[in-house]
Structure formats: structure tokens, C-alpha cells
Ligand binder design. Structure first.
Ligand code: ADP
Length: 334
């Protein structure tokens, strides 16, 4: 089971990597962030010095890792990838930092989850391209200052507000990624289908786009599932009919809500009568961490108009009730 699932994960990761945009002009949507990044990178290239450090915020699957890779490619530098939770000791981070070459990009995913001592080491690295490595313990401990090559840090987080103030202040550029419009996701899907050699019709792509939770990673995943279905049960073409039938088989609802999204809405309506209910109570009801419900699940439910945050807690909106096929209580404030 372990081997099978890790093989499947690897296959999914490979499929994802193959359709990843490599340059800024292939990156669909996010016009604002894209234009700002373009200016930042081009002016850095002109000056011949690294750009300011870059913080990218936004929900999972919206393109933060992809943009970090693009930044490295556009700058012509190398890329090192790590994540906040992976950096347990500041020594580990110092080793990564001292191994960077001039012009490299260091990408730290989930940077808000970095351990405190490592975070403090990062401050001087970001500000002065310098770290103090502590050797020894107690009164005999000495700090050995080490110079670093100039590099660019790209940090990713679900929400910039999760970072400490001093950390946030050290990023000269902060870009926020929004959920994608269906028309943009349709372009993501059509582009990916071209790369994968999948025959696709515009209304097939539109159908998948509308049910992808505003998220390119989900759009690409659903494209692969509809392709599987079309190859086995149809003529291999991702048409509207194939998309309809396949997404029914995979139990994807018309907004593309995932298991946790659905659990949250169901708990709100069925267990708590539509709310209001506090975040931690809601999280216990769906068996998840409050952070996960708040950072991963709620942003899309709010944007889709199914859930509202009120001073007294979370409530299901009228649209939330109707999404479950239920009649909202009258006169619903939602
Ligand atoms: P994140 O790091 O925010 O979780 P990723 O950068 O890993 O998200 O993106 C997930 C997948 O979605 C990538 O493999 C990529 O193919 C696709 N993707 C993301 N953003 C875009 C975009 N703007 N245009 C085209 N494809 C995208």
C-alpha cells in the first residue's frame, strides 16, 4: 500500500511538473503580481544585482512554487527548495545558506512555520548576506560570522499575516495570489492538454475549469482524470459530455469542493443548524486542525459565497444551504 501510494504520488507529481509554466509569459492570470514581478526582475537584471526578497501569499495550488522557479529561471540563477517545517535547527539553515552561489534563489515554502532560532538567523542573511554561526555551548560559545553570496529569498505562505512583523519587513516585495477566474483556468487546462497531447474541446475545458475550486493544481488534476475516463470509456477526446460523466464518477461537485470543504459546510448546516459556530468547535466537528480549516478551506468557501465569517462565528449562507440541496431557514440573513 505504501509503495503503491507513493508511486501514485510520484506519478502525479511528475504530471504536475511537466505542465508547470517555465517563464513569466507562460504563467496564466495574476496580471498584477506578474507585471510587478516582471518590473522587479528586469530592473535587477539591468543593475546586475539580485532583486529584493519576494514573499508570495495565497492558497495551496495557486502557483507560488511555480513563480519561485520562474524567478530563478528569469534571473538565470540556481534554485534551492526547502520548507519552514523542514528547517528544524538553525544549523541546517546555515548550511543551506552558505552553499548558495551568487544570484541563486532560495525558496522556502510555508515560511511562517520556520522555527524561531532559524528565523532569527534568516534576518541577518536577508539583510546583510551574513550569518553568525554559533560554535560551542555555554560561556565558551563563540559566534563565527560568515559572509554569504548575494541571493534572493522567495518565501511562500498561505497568508502574509501569519509571518512575524520582523520577518515580513525584510521582504521588499509582497505579492498576493488570488483564486483564478474560470476563463483563466480554461486557459490553464487548454495549455496543459496541449503539453500532454490530450485532445480537448473548448466546452470540455470550460466545464472542468468551472469545477476546479479556482485552483490551477486542481484544474490540471481534473483534466488528467477526465482524460483517463475519455480514454477508457470514450474516444479519448475531452468533450463536454466526457467531462460531465467523468466528474460524476469522481464525485466532483459543481464548484469542485474537496472532501474537507464539503465536511465543513455539512457540519455547519447539519450539526450546527447553520451557525454561528466558533472556528475551533467547527474544526473538531470535521476532525481537522483549526489552522487548516481557516487557511486552506475557508478562503475558498468565503469567496464562493457558501460560508461567512461573522463576529459571533462561522455561518452557512443561503447559497451554502442550497449547495447541499437544502432550504435555507427563512428569513436567512446569509
Ligand atoms: P503552490 O506552490 O501555490 O501550492 P504550484 O506552484 O505548485 O502551487 O502550482 C500547482 C500547479 O498548478 C503547477 O504544477 C502548475 O502546473 C499549475 N499552475 C499554477 N499556477 C499556474 C498558472 N498561473 N498558469 C498555469 N499553470 C499554473
Amino acid at each position: 500500500d505504501g509503495i503503491v501510494s507513493s508511486y501514485a504520488d510520484q506519478a502525479e507529481r511528475d504530471a504536475e511538473a511537466s505542465v508547470r509554466p517555465k517563464r513569466l509569459d507562460e504563467f496564466v492570470g495574476q496580471h498584477r503580481v506578474r507585471e510587478q514581478l516582471e518590473l522587479l526582475l528586469h530592473s535587477a537584471l539591468r543593475r546586475g544585482s539580485p532583486p529584493d526578497h519576494i514573499l508570495l501569499s495565497g492558497s495551496p495550488g495557486l502557483g507560488k512554487t511555480t513563480l519561485a522557479m520562474i524567478v530563478a529561471a528569469e534571473l538565470g540563477g540556481g534554485l534551492r527548495i526547502t520548507s519552514g517545517p523542514a528547517i528544524e535547527r538553525s544549523g541546517d539553515l546555515a548550511a543551506v545558506l552558505t552553499s548558495l552561489a551568487a544570484g541563486d534563489v532560495l525558496f522556502i515554502d510555508e515560511i511562517h512555520r520556520i522555527a524561531k532560532p532559524a528565523e532569527e538567523l534568516l534576518y541577518s542573511a536577508m539583510e546583510d548576506f551574513r550569518v553568525d554561526v554559533i560554535v560551542g555551548k555555554g560561556p565558551g560559545a563563540t559566534a563565527i560570522p560568515l559572509d554569504l553570496e548575494p541571493f534572493t529569498l522567495v518565501g511562500a505562505t498561505t497568508r502574509a499575516g501569519l509571518l512575524t512583523g520582523p520577518m515580513r519587513d525584510r521582504f521588499g516585495f509582497v505579492g498576493h495570489l488570488e483564486f483564478y477566474e474560470p476563463a483563466e483556468l480554461q486557459r490553464v487546462i487548454t495549455r496543459a492538454a496541449g503539453i500532454l497531447g490530450v485532445a480537448i474541446e473548448p466546452d470540455g475545458a470550460a466545464e472542468i475549469a468551472g469545477r476546479s475550486r479556482g485552483t490551477p493544481r486542481i484544474a490540471n488534476r481534473l483534466l488528467r482524470r477526465v482524460r483517463d475516463f475519455a480514454e477508457v470509456r470514450g474516444d479519448g477526446v475531452v468533450s463536454l459530455a466526457a467531462a460531465h460523466a467523468a466528474l460524476a464518477v469522481y464525485d466532483v461537485d459543481d464548484l469542485g469542493l474537496d472532501r474537507l470543504d464539503k465536511a465543513v459546510i455539512r457540519a455547519l448546516v447539519d450539526t450546527f443548524g447553520g451557525g454561528p459556530v466558533g472556528l475551533s468547535t467547527l474544526a473538531v466537528a470535521v476532525g481537522e486542525q483549526p489552522d487548516t480549516v481557516e487557511e486552506v478551506c475557508e478562503p475558498f468557501l468565503v469567496r464562493a459565497g457558501l460560508l461567512a465569517r461573522t463576529p459571533r462565528g462561522r455561518v452557512a449562507t443561503a447559497a451554502g444551504w442550497r449547495h447541499l440541496g437544502r432550504t435555507p431557514p427563512a428569513p436567512g440573513p446569509g
